[in-house]
Ligand binder design. Sequence first.
Ligand code: NAP
Length: 311
Amino acid sequence: MTTPSRIALALAGVGKIARDQHIPSCAEGADFDITVAISRNGRIDGADNFTSYDEFLEKRRDIRAISLCTPPDVRFEMAKKAIASGFDVLMEKPPAATIGEAEALRELAEKAGVVLFATWHSRFANGVEPARQWLDGKTIRKVEITWKEDVRRWHPGQAWIWEAGGFGVFDPGINALSILTAIIPGQTIVEKASLAFPENRQQPIAASLKMKSAEGAPINAEFDWRQEGPQTWDIVVETNSGLLRLAKGGAELYIDGELQVEGPDREYARIYSRFAELIRSRRSDADFQPLRLVADAFLTGERHTVEAFIE
Ligand code: NAP
């Protein structure tokens, strides 16, 4: 049962991120009850479970909000149908498979008068908003992004991630780009990219991006999925008055080597608070700049073939 102050939520795609983050964040948070789950293989105990999305749309018109935790290649059709049925929609990152799909969803949501929240979970990491505030008004001289992790550890058995439209190493890399575009003002521009494709896969396992800020500061990013041992999710910003470092995916903030911000992971708790706030104020939040940077990396990228990836 949902109390009047809590919002009944449907969740589609009961996979890794739904189990790791969405379900516990809703259970612990003050705003949402997951009353419906839609997944062909997964279930949520205590929810009304559907295996067919269309059947859910037909039968549960009483629910007004939905969280889409499916991979990006199927997100557009699901979001489009949810918008047409009058749902307020939260979309996991990346918001869609292409910019065209993302922009179309924005327009459809606007026309339908529903809330569209394209989430970027890394933007809700502890250090990101303090980093944005610290950088405000400073001159940025250079940015270095190092995002290196072990794909076997973080994406076990996820075949979709290697298929066309699956994003490959940009699935984590876009998290770095979502932080970058939250803390650096203006549009970031991709100048060139180098993409390493395993000979047996459709998506890159590593990528190097040369970018620049709107004001011309160089921004370099190294994304790699072949890192075993310690994992690295760092952004270092050199400014006219100090060096900022976001470590552990934005969880920790250092200024000139001194730790400023740390603490427990509250990314998804903040995402759901934000979704509730957007629903109550009838506003959308859909910024697609990180997706545009990935698209531009594919547009400008040189392709290199590397050894086959066998999981
Ligand atoms: P996952 O474990 O593969 O789960 C995806 C879910 O979507 C599955 O429950 C699957 O459910 C459903 N699904 C897959 N293909 C589908 C299709 N063709 N039609 C309908 N449903 C389909 O993936 P995940 O790691 O949770 O990632 C999902 C999204 O969350 C991605 O966009 C990813 O970038 C994002 N994300 C993931 C992480 C992470 O750590 N894994 C972190 C942050 C964000 P059924 O097969 O049961 O229908």
